[in-house]
Design a protein. Structure first.
Length: 382
């Protein structure tokens, strides 16, 4: 980020920072957020603490958004939710909960995975292992290898799975693969830890949560880390939550108590402002409809840039080697080039991405797509 800001080149392109950008290059405040925020501030009478569990109406609405209004886990009172400082807070509280309940459990992370997963989950002392997921060279899921590795995991271990819009790969499991994973988790008594950071950025709010709903119906216990940084654009407000599914209502009550104790020991209370805005949007039909329209527009913009970049790359290279960009989901894809190629893209072409060649497709614009495509084509074979 510092190198990009310091670069005076007029055609420089930032594909590294993981935030949504509109066609002007801005990370906008959604119109529904502006309206909801105005109403929240007008009605606010105190800045007192909201409590370790967070805002109750936000937690309830988040559960419904993720699990659906009539999911069996909610009907049977097996779900408990804690508001957290963003998805990162949810991941860390979940890790601490696993550590408290099963200190010898291993958490299995996909290879590759988001760079902050390992420090967030491993920082509390949990042992981490990797399972095969995606091959950046072939741009294909390593699904059979994934199942084989998880088949060898010990009962009680946790498996972190990106619920949709995998970061950094952009490649998601299809429904049949999710069903196979759910069957394995149930049979091997593994605990799914589902990271839902991009609900609505893949297909729709409901479709992006479908795998989560299906998996937690099959297993007695599960954790779901939720973030609203991307789909509500509330990055700096740190809005998220941890949903934990337990075997029965009594255990769920005990889990809720443990979650609040863990939260108190880490950050005490969650920030309220962003959660109050989100709760207002979820609760009021006009604001909710406006949010869904804006979310649809963000998703469409990213998919349009995927299609445009893949098309331009095919024109430049004469082959379909980059067609994976078009078919993947969410903001990210792995270009699949070496660290040296990433450095050349930065030094020679002023195109910035992370060292593993993850690119944020929201950084692609109609006026820079040809420049990016030509640079990719020039450096991929060197």
């Amino acid at each position: 980020m510092a190198k990009y800001r310091a670069d005076p080149f007029k055609q420089k392109v930032d594909l590294g920072v993981g935030v949504y950008r509109d066609l002007s290059g801005n990370t906008p405040i959604l119109d529904c957020v502006r309206r909801a925020e105005k109403e929240v501030l007008a009605a606010q009478t105190t800045k007192s603490y909201v409590g370790a569990a967070g805002r109750e109406e936000f937690n309830s609405a988040m559960e419904e958004l993720v699990l659906g209004p009539a999911h069996a886990t909610r009907r049977d009172r097996r779900a408990r939710t804690l508001q957290t400082p963003g998805g990162c807070g949810a991941l860390r509280v979940g890790a601490e909960l696993i550590k408290a309940a099963a200190p010898n459990a291993v958490v299995h992370l996909s290879d590759p995975t988001w760079g902050n997963h390992a420090p967030l989950l491993g920082g509390c002392g949990l042992k981490l292992e990797r399972y095969p997921y995606y091959d950046p060279a072939t741009h294909e899921l390593r699904f059979e290898a994934m199942l084989q590795r998880l088949q060898a995991a010990s009962a009680g271990d946790a498996v972190l799975i990106h619920a949709c819009c995998h970061n950094p790969a952009g490649a998601d499991l299809d429904l049949a693969q999710w069903q196979a994973v759910a069957e394995l988790l149930e049979r091997r008594r593994l605990v799914p830890f589902l990271d839902l950071a991009y609900q609505g950025f893949g297909s729709s709010l409901d479709q992006d949560a479908a795998a989560v709903r299906m998996v937690v119906e099959r297993v007695p216990e599960a954790l779901i880390a939720v973030s609203f940084s991307k789909n509500l654009g509330l990055y700096r407000e740190r809005v998220g939550g941890l949903i934990v599914i337990s075997e029965n209502a009594a255990r769920a009550d005990a889990v809720q108590s443990h979650m609040q104790h863990i939260a108190r020991s880490i950050y005490s209370m969650p920030p309220d402002h962003g959660a109050a805005i989100a709760a207002k949007i979820f609760a009021e039909p006009p604001l909710r409809r406006e949010w869904i329209q804006e979310l649809d527009a963000m998703r469409t913009r990213i998919q349009d840039m995927r299609t445009l970049l893949a098309k331009r790359l095919q024109e430049v290279t004469g082959d379909e080697a980059f067609d994976f960009i078009r078919t993947q989901h969410g903001m990210f894809s792995l270009l699949g080039v070496s660290r040296e190629a990433v450095e050349r893209l930065r030094e020679k072409h002023h195109i910035y991405m992370t060292s593993d060649s993850r690119m944020n497709l929201a950084g692609i614009m109609p006026d820079n797509v040809s420049y990016v495509a030509e640079a990719f084509a020039a450096e991929r074979a060197i």
